[in-house]
Design a protein around this ligand. Structure first.
Ligand code: ATP
Length: 294
Protein backbone atom coordinates (compact mmCIF):
# COMPACT_ATOMS: atom_id res chain seq x y z
CA UNK A 1 0.00 0.00 0.00
CA UNK A 2 1.21 3.48 -0.85
CA UNK A 3 0.16 6.91 0.31
CA UNK A 4 1.29 10.07 -1.36
CA UNK A 5 0.19 13.39 0.09
CA UNK A 6 -0.14 15.90 -2.70
CA UNK A 7 0.57 19.49 -1.76
CA UNK A 8 -0.18 22.73 -3.48
CA UNK A 9 2.90 24.22 -5.19
CA UNK A 10 5.20 21.91 -3.25
CA UNK A 11 6.54 18.45 -4.02
CA UNK A 12 4.34 15.57 -2.79
CA UNK A 13 5.24 13.55 0.31
CA UNK A 14 5.44 9.77 -0.01
CA UNK A 15 4.33 8.88 3.52
CA UNK A 16 3.88 5.14 2.86
CA UNK A 17 6.03 3.50 0.21
CA UNK A 18 4.84 -0.05 -0.33
CA UNK A 19 3.69 -1.15 3.11
CA UNK A 20 2.53 -4.77 3.30
CA UNK A 21 1.33 -5.62 6.79
CA UNK A 22 -1.05 -8.24 8.16
CA UNK A 23 -2.28 -8.18 11.71
CA UNK A 24 -3.47 -11.62 12.86
CA UNK A 25 -6.85 -11.68 14.55
CA UNK A 26 -6.58 -11.72 18.34
CA UNK A 27 -2.99 -10.49 18.36
CA UNK A 28 -1.59 -7.47 20.15
CA UNK A 29 0.28 -5.67 17.40
CA UNK A 30 2.66 -2.81 18.02
CA UNK A 31 3.70 -0.36 15.32
CA UNK A 32 6.88 1.50 16.16
CA UNK A 33 9.24 3.79 14.29
CA UNK A 34 10.79 7.24 14.28
CA UNK A 35 8.88 10.51 13.89
CA UNK A 36 7.53 10.93 10.42
CA UNK A 37 7.83 7.20 9.63
CA UNK A 38 4.19 7.06 8.51
CA UNK A 39 2.58 5.43 11.55
CA UNK A 40 -0.32 7.85 11.88
CA UNK A 41 -0.84 7.78 8.11
CA UNK A 42 -1.07 3.99 8.28
CA UNK A 43 -3.57 4.14 11.16
CA UNK A 44 -5.69 6.69 9.28
CA UNK A 45 -5.78 4.35 6.29
CA UNK A 46 -6.94 1.50 8.55
CA UNK A 47 -9.84 3.68 9.61
CA UNK A 48 -10.77 4.90 6.16
CA UNK A 49 -9.90 8.49 7.20
CA UNK A 50 -7.50 8.64 4.25
CA UNK A 51 -7.45 6.51 1.12
CA UNK A 52 -4.29 4.82 -0.12
CA UNK A 53 -2.89 6.24 -3.34
CA UNK A 54 -2.14 2.69 -4.42
CA UNK A 55 -3.10 -0.71 -3.02
CA UNK A 56 -5.86 -1.70 -0.65
CA UNK A 57 -6.64 -1.97 3.04
CA UNK A 58 -8.86 -4.69 4.46
CA UNK A 59 -9.99 -4.54 8.05
CA UNK A 60 -12.05 -7.21 9.85
CA UNK A 61 -12.73 -8.83 6.50
CA UNK A 62 -14.16 -5.68 4.92
CA UNK A 63 -13.40 -2.19 3.76
CA UNK A 64 -12.54 0.46 6.37
CA UNK A 65 -15.01 2.72 4.62
CA UNK A 66 -17.87 0.36 5.41
CA UNK A 67 -19.79 1.78 8.40
CA UNK A 68 -20.53 -1.76 9.65
CA UNK A 69 -16.79 -2.47 9.79
CA UNK A 70 -16.05 0.83 11.49
CA UNK A 71 -18.69 0.07 14.13
CA UNK A 72 -16.59 -2.92 15.19
CA UNK A 73 -13.49 -0.77 15.74
CA UNK A 74 -12.59 1.24 18.83
CA UNK A 75 -10.24 4.12 18.01
CA UNK A 76 -8.21 6.42 20.17
CA UNK A 77 -6.69 9.18 18.02
CA UNK A 78 -3.33 10.80 18.68
CA UNK A 79 -4.98 14.20 19.04
CA UNK A 80 -8.22 14.06 20.94
CA UNK A 81 -10.93 16.60 20.35
CA UNK A 82 -13.35 16.54 23.25
CA UNK A 83 -16.31 18.85 23.91
CA UNK A 84 -15.17 20.94 26.87
CA UNK A 85 -18.61 21.91 28.12
CA UNK A 86 -19.83 18.32 28.34
CA UNK A 87 -19.49 15.85 31.20
CA UNK A 88 -17.60 12.57 30.78
CA UNK A 89 -20.89 10.66 31.00
CA UNK A 90 -22.53 12.96 28.48
CA UNK A 91 -19.65 12.42 26.09
CA UNK A 92 -19.85 8.61 26.38
CA UNK A 93 -23.61 8.81 25.85
CA UNK A 94 -23.08 10.82 22.66
CA UNK A 95 -20.34 8.48 21.44
CA UNK A 96 -22.51 5.41 22.13
CA UNK A 97 -25.30 6.90 20.00
CA UNK A 98 -22.77 7.78 17.32
CA UNK A 99 -21.66 4.11 17.28
CA UNK A 100 -25.29 2.96 17.07
CA UNK A 101 -25.10 1.43 20.54
CA UNK A 102 -27.91 1.69 23.06
CA UNK A 103 -26.68 4.24 25.64
CA UNK A 104 -26.41 2.63 29.06
CA UNK A 105 -25.52 4.96 31.95
CA UNK A 106 -24.58 2.11 34.30
CA UNK A 107 -22.25 0.53 31.72
CA UNK A 108 -20.73 3.95 31.01
CA UNK A 109 -20.16 4.52 34.71
CA UNK A 110 -18.42 1.14 34.95
CA UNK A 111 -16.30 2.05 31.96
CA UNK A 112 -15.28 5.33 33.60
CA UNK A 113 -14.42 3.39 36.75
CA UNK A 114 -12.31 1.03 34.68
CA UNK A 115 -10.22 3.89 33.28
CA UNK A 116 -9.94 5.59 36.68
CA UNK A 117 -12.45 8.39 36.07
CA UNK A 118 -15.31 7.27 38.35
CA UNK A 119 -15.02 10.38 40.51
CA UNK A 120 -15.08 12.69 37.48
CA UNK A 121 -18.08 11.15 35.71
CA UNK A 122 -20.18 14.31 35.97
CA UNK A 123 -17.36 16.84 35.82
CA UNK A 124 -16.95 19.17 32.84
CA UNK A 125 -14.36 17.86 30.38
CA UNK A 126 -12.96 21.40 30.19
CA UNK A 127 -11.73 20.94 33.77
CA UNK A 128 -9.94 17.67 32.96
CA UNK A 129 -6.16 17.29 33.04
CA UNK A 130 -4.38 15.92 29.96
CA UNK A 131 -4.19 12.45 31.49
CA UNK A 132 -7.91 12.55 32.37
CA UNK A 133 -8.79 13.51 28.80
CA UNK A 134 -6.69 10.64 27.54
CA UNK A 135 -8.45 8.21 29.91
CA UNK A 136 -11.81 9.44 28.66
CA UNK A 137 -10.65 8.88 25.07
CA UNK A 138 -9.72 5.33 26.00
CA UNK A 139 -13.13 4.76 27.63
CA UNK A 140 -14.75 5.99 24.44
CA UNK A 141 -12.62 3.59 22.34
CA UNK A 142 -13.71 0.71 24.60
CA UNK A 143 -17.44 1.44 24.18
CA UNK A 144 -19.34 -1.59 22.91
CA UNK A 145 -16.44 -4.07 23.35
CA UNK A 146 -14.98 -3.55 19.87
CA UNK A 147 -13.34 -6.45 18.03
CA UNK A 148 -10.44 -4.25 17.00
CA UNK A 149 -8.85 -1.55 19.12
CA UNK A 150 -6.67 0.96 17.31
CA UNK A 151 -4.85 3.12 19.82
CA UNK A 152 -2.52 5.94 18.83
CA UNK A 153 -0.30 6.84 21.80
CA UNK A 154 -2.84 5.70 24.43
CA UNK A 155 -0.78 6.66 27.48
CA UNK A 156 0.29 10.08 26.24
CA UNK A 157 0.03 12.40 29.24
CA UNK A 158 -0.82 9.61 31.66
CA UNK A 159 1.31 9.29 34.80
CA UNK A 160 3.36 6.13 35.48
CA UNK A 161 0.74 4.64 37.83
CA UNK A 162 -1.95 5.32 35.27
CA UNK A 163 0.14 3.67 32.56
CA UNK A 164 0.22 0.47 34.57
CA UNK A 165 -3.61 0.62 34.76
CA UNK A 166 -3.91 1.30 31.03
CA UNK A 167 -1.56 -1.57 30.28
CA UNK A 168 -3.72 -3.85 32.44
CA UNK A 169 -6.83 -2.75 30.54
CA UNK A 170 -5.18 -3.44 27.19
CA UNK A 171 -4.09 -6.89 28.37
CA UNK A 172 -7.66 -7.59 29.56
CA UNK A 173 -8.97 -6.55 26.16
CA UNK A 174 -6.63 -8.94 24.37
CA UNK A 175 -7.65 -11.75 26.75
CA UNK A 176 -11.29 -10.95 25.94
CA UNK A 177 -10.41 -11.71 22.32
CA UNK A 178 -10.01 -8.20 20.91
CA UNK A 179 -7.27 -7.50 18.39
CA UNK A 180 -5.06 -4.64 19.50
CA UNK A 181 -3.20 -2.30 17.18
CA UNK A 182 -0.98 -0.04 19.21
CA UNK A 183 1.14 2.89 18.14
CA UNK A 184 3.32 4.04 20.98
CA UNK A 185 6.59 5.88 21.41
CA UNK A 186 6.97 4.14 24.75
CA UNK A 187 8.78 1.04 23.65
CA UNK A 188 8.63 -0.54 27.10
CA UNK A 189 4.85 -0.31 26.81
CA UNK A 190 4.80 -1.98 23.39
CA UNK A 191 7.18 -4.60 24.70
CA UNK A 192 4.97 -5.40 27.67
CA UNK A 193 1.64 -5.44 25.85
CA UNK A 194 2.31 -6.63 22.29
CA UNK A 195 3.13 -10.06 20.94
CA UNK A 196 3.92 -8.84 17.42
CA UNK A 197 5.76 -5.73 16.30
CA UNK A 198 6.44 -3.97 13.03
CA UNK A 199 9.07 -1.27 12.60
CA UNK A 200 8.11 1.43 10.13
CA UNK A 201 10.79 3.77 8.85
CA UNK A 202 10.68 6.17 5.92
CA UNK A 203 7.28 4.85 4.91
CA UNK A 204 8.39 1.21 4.73
CA UNK A 205 8.20 -1.77 7.04
CA UNK A 206 11.84 -2.46 7.75
CA UNK A 207 11.22 -5.32 10.19
CA UNK A 208 8.28 -7.23 11.55
CA UNK A 209 7.62 -10.40 13.45
CA UNK A 210 6.83 -11.94 16.78
CA UNK A 211 8.24 -9.88 19.62
CA UNK A 212 10.28 -12.76 21.03
CA UNK A 213 11.89 -13.31 17.62
CA UNK A 214 12.84 -9.65 17.30
CA UNK A 215 14.28 -9.55 20.80
CA UNK A 216 16.30 -12.69 20.26
CA UNK A 217 19.41 -12.60 18.11
CA UNK A 218 21.09 -10.12 20.40
CA UNK A 219 24.53 -9.01 19.38
CA UNK A 220 25.57 -7.81 22.80
CA UNK A 221 27.80 -9.92 25.02
CA UNK A 222 28.77 -9.52 28.64
CA UNK A 223 32.19 -10.81 29.63
CA UNK A 224 33.69 -11.09 33.09
CA UNK A 225 37.48 -11.12 33.26
CA UNK A 226 39.64 -12.12 36.22
CA UNK A 227 41.12 -9.16 38.16
CA UNK A 228 44.18 -7.47 36.74
CA UNK A 229 43.10 -6.72 33.16
CA UNK A 230 44.76 -4.14 30.95
CA UNK A 231 41.80 -1.76 30.54
CA UNK A 232 43.46 0.06 27.60
CA UNK A 233 44.01 -3.17 25.69
CA UNK A 234 40.40 -4.24 26.30
CA UNK A 235 39.12 -0.88 25.09
CA UNK A 236 41.27 -1.25 21.97
CA UNK A 237 39.71 -4.70 21.40
CA UNK A 238 36.23 -3.15 21.51
CA UNK A 239 35.18 -3.95 25.09
CA UNK A 240 33.16 -1.34 26.97
CA UNK A 241 33.54 -1.33 30.76
CA UNK A 242 30.46 -2.48 32.71
CA UNK A 243 29.37 -1.38 36.17
CA UNK A 244 31.38 -3.96 38.16
CA UNK A 245 35.04 -4.93 38.52
CA UNK A 246 36.13 -7.03 35.53
CA UNK A 247 32.74 -6.73 33.78
CA UNK A 248 32.79 -5.69 30.13
CA UNK A 249 30.31 -5.48 27.27
CA UNK A 250 30.94 -6.18 23.64
CA UNK A 251 28.83 -5.60 20.54
CA UNK A 252 29.69 -8.35 18.05
CA UNK A 253 27.46 -9.16 15.09
CA UNK A 254 28.66 -12.77 14.85
CA UNK A 255 30.79 -15.46 16.48
CA UNK A 256 33.92 -14.71 14.40
CA UNK A 257 33.91 -11.09 15.62
CA UNK A 258 33.26 -12.22 19.21
CA UNK A 259 36.14 -14.67 19.15
CA UNK A 260 38.50 -12.25 17.46
CA UNK A 261 37.84 -9.69 20.22
CA UNK A 262 38.32 -12.37 22.90
CA UNK A 263 41.60 -13.44 21.27
CA UNK A 264 42.83 -9.85 21.41
CA UNK A 265 41.77 -9.59 25.06
CA UNK A 266 43.55 -12.83 25.95
CA UNK A 267 46.64 -11.73 24.04
CA UNK A 268 46.78 -8.76 26.45
CA UNK A 269 46.79 -11.18 29.40
CA UNK A 270 43.07 -10.97 30.27
CA UNK A 271 41.57 -14.21 31.59
CA UNK A 272 37.90 -14.81 30.85
CA UNK A 273 35.76 -16.08 33.74
CA UNK A 274 32.27 -15.78 32.32
CA UNK A 275 30.60 -15.08 29.00
CA UNK A 276 26.91 -14.26 28.58
CA UNK A 277 24.82 -13.40 25.54
CA UNK A 278 22.42 -10.55 26.29
CA UNK A 279 18.92 -10.37 24.90
CA UNK A 280 18.01 -7.06 23.33
CA UNK A 281 15.18 -4.83 24.37
CA UNK A 282 12.90 -3.23 21.82
CA UNK A 283 14.79 0.05 21.98
CA UNK A 284 18.01 -1.69 20.94
CA UNK A 285 16.15 -3.52 18.17
CA UNK A 286 14.71 -0.22 16.91
CA UNK A 287 18.02 1.64 17.12
CA UNK A 288 19.96 -1.13 15.41
CA UNK A 289 17.31 -1.31 12.68
CA UNK A 290 16.79 2.36 11.87
CA UNK A 291 19.84 4.01 13.46
CA UNK A 292 20.20 6.52 16.25
CA UNK A 293 18.07 9.10 14.43
CA UNK A 294 15.11 7.18 15.92
N1 ATP B 1 -1.72 15.88 5.51
C1 ATP B 1 -0.44 15.78 5.16
N2 ATP B 1 0.06 16.45 4.11
C2 ATP B 1 1.35 16.34 3.74
N3 ATP B 1 2.25 15.56 4.36
C3 ATP B 1 1.83 14.87 5.43
C4 ATP B 1 0.47 14.93 5.89
N4 ATP B 1 0.34 14.12 6.96
C5 ATP B 1 1.57 13.58 7.17
N5 ATP B 1 2.46 14.02 6.25
C6 ATP B 1 3.86 13.62 6.11
O1 ATP B 1 3.91 12.21 5.95
C7 ATP B 1 5.00 11.66 6.66
C8 ATP B 1 4.48 10.63 7.65
O2 ATP B 1 3.73 11.30 8.67
P1 ATP B 1 2.98 10.54 9.84
O3 ATP B 1 2.24 11.55 10.66
O4 ATP B 1 2.20 9.40 9.29
O5 ATP B 1 4.23 9.95 10.67
P2 ATP B 1 4.29 9.31 12.14
O6 ATP B 1 5.12 8.08 12.00
O7 ATP B 1 2.92 9.14 12.69
O8 ATP B 1 5.09 10.43 12.94
P3 ATP B 1 5.07 10.80 14.50
O9 ATP B 1 5.72 9.68 15.22
O10 ATP B 1 5.90 12.05 14.53
O11 ATP B 1 3.63 11.03 14.92
C9 ATP B 1 5.74 12.82 7.29
O12 ATP B 1 6.77 13.20 6.41
C10 ATP B 1 4.67 13.92 7.35
O13 ATP B 1 5.27 15.19 7.25
Amino acid sequence: MRKRYRRLLRPPVDALRGVDLSVPEGSAFGLIGPNGAGKTTFIKSLLGIIQPTDGAVRVLGGSPEDARVRARIGYLPERLHLPNSWSALGFLDMMARFKDLVPDVRAHQQLLERVGLAAAARQRIGEFSKGMRQRLGLASALLGNPELLILDEPTDGIDPMGRVEVRRILQEEVRRGATLFLNSHLLAETERVCDRVAILSGGQVVRQGRLEELLRGGVRWTVRFAPGVDAGALAAAGFLPGDAEGLYHLEAPGLPELNAALDRARASGALMMELRREGQDLEQVLLSTVGVAA
